[in-house]
Design a protein around this ligand. Sequence first.
Ligand SMILES: Cc1ncc(COP(=O)(O)O)c(C=O)c1O
Length: 436
Amino acid sequence: MKIESLKSVPAGSVNTPLEPMPRLAAALGLTKEASGCPMDGTPSDSTRMAVRTAIAGTNAAKADAPCGLYIKRDDLTGLALGGNKARKLNYIVQYALENGYTALMTFGGVQTNHGRLTVAAAIRYGLKPILVLKGKKPNELSGNLLLDRLMGADIYFVDTTAADALPPDKQAAAKQRYLDECAAQIIAAYEAHGDKVLSVPVGGQTVIGSAGYIQAVPEIMAQMKAQNIRAKHLVVGYGSTGTFAGLWAGAKYYHAPFEVIGIPIEPDFRPIEETVDFINELSEYFEMGFTCRKEDLHLEFGFDSTDGAAGNTDTFSAASSCDRTTSDTPAAIGSAAAQAPTGYGGIGYNEPDAVTESYIELLARTEAIFVDPCYTGKVFHGYVDLLKRGVIRAEDGAIFMHTGGAPGLWTKEHLNHMQKSYWADEEKDHVHIFTL
Ligand SMILES: Cc1ncc(COP(=O)(O)O)c(C=O)c1O
């Protein structure tokens, strides 16, 4: 089937804005007007201080000034506060409706953004929303979970912590087996009431779902043409990888002028070989006529490849970390990353960390745009660091793909972690109280 003939519903909006980020460019010292590079030089005592020093005095940058830094606003896809999964769901819901499904079930972490958007898409097309969440039921409701319950989703928590007592090599399989058993039970219960349940994998990671990101490429290319934008790089998150894979396949098929660079959003990321296989599946299914090899993919991790230790992640100083691409280190990338938990992927999946938070602050204070602590804050960290190190260059044009996730800012764990930075006594210079 040709990709162009695949139908979709408009569950989420496409044609999201492609915008310049001149104030970010000024803060990074990447505009002509900027003198030097405020984030280079002597590392400050903390990343957050470096951010604040860099931003000071750069706010004169004009909103539409050419700067080489761009953001594709897929946080604004409209569906239930937006995010990348809307583009995938446009195709997945079309498939569900064409095939007579009455319920959409999906999986994820307790605070899954994909889950929120799947619930929303189900509701808007008259399907039952079912969420199967891996983890314990939190005592307090927050973030995406609140939105899921407001929309009336049926939620099932699957607690697999008992499997942590097993030998390490047996844990993942035992957890997956239990999850599969629970999912089968849940489906059977709905089917007993006459429903037909479409089970959507974690992250909407399906060939049909990735069509949404293949088709995002001609949209971006048309916007670049209309706005006279040149861009040689497009930086995007690498999670369940459907977004990265779709964009990569789309860029290849439509001869995009930009290379798609993936930033893993956790140290324990999906093996590259699986992504290569998935891209080749896309090519075959949609008759795209290309073959992808491992060395064709470009991922950036942000850790020091020489000793597995942290690279530059606690300062903004350039050139202190080694970049690693799939082509220069073909072996054991996944396991090396696992030993180096302080690259762009932070400490772990959805674990609060001060470095990612400092990049959330940087974009908020320069462009008033919010990235999130689980996904896009990490990808934005990678984007800025690659610019600082000259791996990508503003003069060539670099697009940051914002894939959403802002409700993550209001999850209990992240709020607790940010309390000290933004609300404790140390912030008294910025948070004032008048009392009558
Ligand atoms: C906000 C956000 N960005 C990026 C991603 C990663 O996208 P993918 O799973 O397609 O790699 C996700 C996945 O859930 C997400 O929620």
